[in-house]
Design a protein around this ligand. Structure first.
Ligand code: ZN
Length: 355
């Protein structure tokens, strides 16, 4: 479908919902609530049944073993997260991607589309438990497949919203991201079924917002968060903010510095924290809703990491010696500590600081 048609289709759907009977549309399904539009929107990717499997302990988390649940945070504003979040997150056990949806008078906006068809279809089921209104938009907070591969299963008329650098990254590196996701989450989870989808809305650093009818959703850029194109999704009227991966979860989860830049990530998290009211509900990339103070563990971890690695570099330590020296015991507890802290965060920071 061409871009122009994608742009006008949601308006056509809304128009159809308001059309008088006898116009050629199925008048039986026309109602003031816009039911016609919903019934025109089919998620054919979700026609087949799926089964929740056992988790494979070799994976960080097992996509097909995940059950997602949703909770209403404010009228029409829902978080979606891993059903194990309340027990796993405080114990430092990694969780599936979190997301959510916002329902306006005109339709629905999704935050994240998940890593595979099964999790995408769970999201759609959770939306359909609440409303028959059409899904109009899907925002991905980054290019990472666990936040965006489900775009492949969206009907064409849904507008995909991404930072422009995220869109460019997906266009150039999709196969690499499939390989990375299969490496972390399994080659037997349907991940490679996904195909790249071009963004319909390319968000610049100045951000983007949409009025869904009675509720405004903003996609904000606050600087380098984990990638060059991280979006933070804010519903000001509800005081709800989705962070994506820059804030993975509460303590003891750590930032995954897959592209380094510990200092920039710390500054971005501090800027995000300062940008919203103190009683804002924070939905991290991979956990249940948190408060503003839950930014502090990640920020303190990053600042301590930079200080201690800089000391090691100044003392002439090799990367192996730095990993051994920068053990940061007060911050330990994350199940992926060895992989993320010792394997990723210390080595990348060591290289950046001149080691
Ligand atoms: Zn993620």
């Amino acid at each position: 479908m061409n871009t122009q048609l994608r742009t006008i289709l949601p308006s056509l759907l809304l128009l159809a919902a308001c059309t008088e009977p006898g116009s050629g549309l199925d008048s039986d399904t026309t109602s003031e609530s816009g039911d016609t539009a919903a019934e025109t929107q089919e998620f054919t990717a979700c026609d087949d049944e799926f089964t929740i499997t056992d988790a494979n302990p070799m994976y960080a988390w097992t996509p097909n073993a995940i059950t997602l649940e949703s909770h209403e945070l404010s009228p029409g504003v829902f978080v979606i997260h891993d059903a194990n979040a309340n027990t796993y997150a405080p114990a430092g056990i990694p969780l599936a991607t979190s997301g959510g949806f916002v329902i306006g008078d005109d339709g629905v906006l999704l935050v994240e589309t998940m890593v595979n068809r099964q999790l995408f279809c769970q999201v759609i089921d959770l939306v359909r438990e609440q409303t028959d209104k059409p899904v109009l938009y899907a925002i991905n907070t980054s290019f990472h497949g666990d936040h965006s591969f489900g775009n492949a299963y969206l009907p064409d008329e849904v507008q995909v919203v991404q930072h422009e650098r995220t869109a460019d990254h997906i266009a150039a590196h999709f196969d690499e991201d499939i390989a990375f996701m299969e490496n972390g989450f399994g080659a037997d989870q349907g991940i490679a079924e996904a195909t790249p989808v071009a963004a319909d809305v390319r968000v610049t650093d100045d951000g983007w917002s949409v009025d869904l009818g009675g509720v405004v959703v903003e996609a904000q850029y606050h600087g380098f968060g984990q990638t060059h194109g991280d979006l933070f999704v804010h519903v000001p009227s509800a005081k709800v903010l989705w962070t994506g991966n820059p804030l993975i979860a509460e303590a003891p989860a750590l930032p995954w510095l897959l592209e380094g830049q510990a200092q920039a990530v710390s500054a971005t998290l501090a800027a995000v924290k300062a940008s919203v009211p103190a009683d804002t509900t924070i939905i991290p990339g991979h956990s249940h809703p948190l408060g503003l103070a839950d930014f502090d563990f990640s920020i303190d971890y990053l600042d301590t990491l930079v200080d201690e690695v800089q000391t090691a570099v100044d003392a002439g330590l090799t990367v192996e010696e730095t990993v051994a020296a920068v053990s940061m015991e007060p911050f330990q507890g994350y199940a992926l500590w060895d992989w993320i802290h010792s394997g990723v965060n210390v080595p990348t920071t060591h290289a950046e600081l001149g080691g």
